[in-house]
Structures are given as structure tokens and as C-alpha cells.
Ligand binder design. Sequence first.
Ligand code: FES
Length: 116
Amino acid sequence: MALRDRYLFVCINRRPDQASRGSCAARGSEALYERLRGLVREHGLAQTTVRACSCSCLDACLTGPTIAVEPDHFLYGGVTMDDLEPIVAALARGERVDRLVIERGGSAVGKGPRAE
Ligand code: FES
């Protein structure tokens, strides 16, 4: 068993297209998950530092695609392909990308200062 320092849980939940909340998969999270896994490997973090995993709904559907970061215990929301490199680079520095962090109890994405 190889415990990592951090785990990234990428929601790949999919709902029907007509669902009012939508879903992360409908917003492209499956491709995000695959690219994130590749970036973690490319940055040399995969064996000891970071494990990217897929998961089901994280209950932040309206601001998806959503990624949970543990044990830091926060969510990234509204993640795009362009956000993945900054996310992994920040992880390598032991930091986070504040502009993508979903604030507790709300959907405020993009209000924080940029970490990268
Ligand atoms: S569908 Fe991804 S957070 Fe709910």
C-alpha cells in the first residue's frame, strides 16, 4: 500500500441531460479526470505525493466540475482543462489555487486571490 500525502477526488457523476442540477460528467469531468491523472504523473507526484481518484457526487453540482482535496478538506469548483496545470503545480508546492475553491455554504467560485 502506498499512502499519498493528498488525494484528489474528481466527481464523474452523470445525470440525464434534462436534470436541473446538471452533473460534473455532463460538464466534461471524465476528460478532466484523465488529464489530471496524466499531469500528476508528469509532475512526478503519482508514486508518493498525490493520487487522483474518480468519485460520485460531492453535492456541489451547480458549480461543477468538482474536485475534493483531502486531507486538506476543500473543494475546487468550476474546474476547466486550463485549471489543471495550476492545480497540480500548486500541489507540488503544497499550496492550493484559491480562485477555484468553493466557499462554504455557497457557490462563490473565482472570488479568492490567485495562488499561481
Ligand atoms: S454531480 Fe458532481 S458534485 Fe454533484
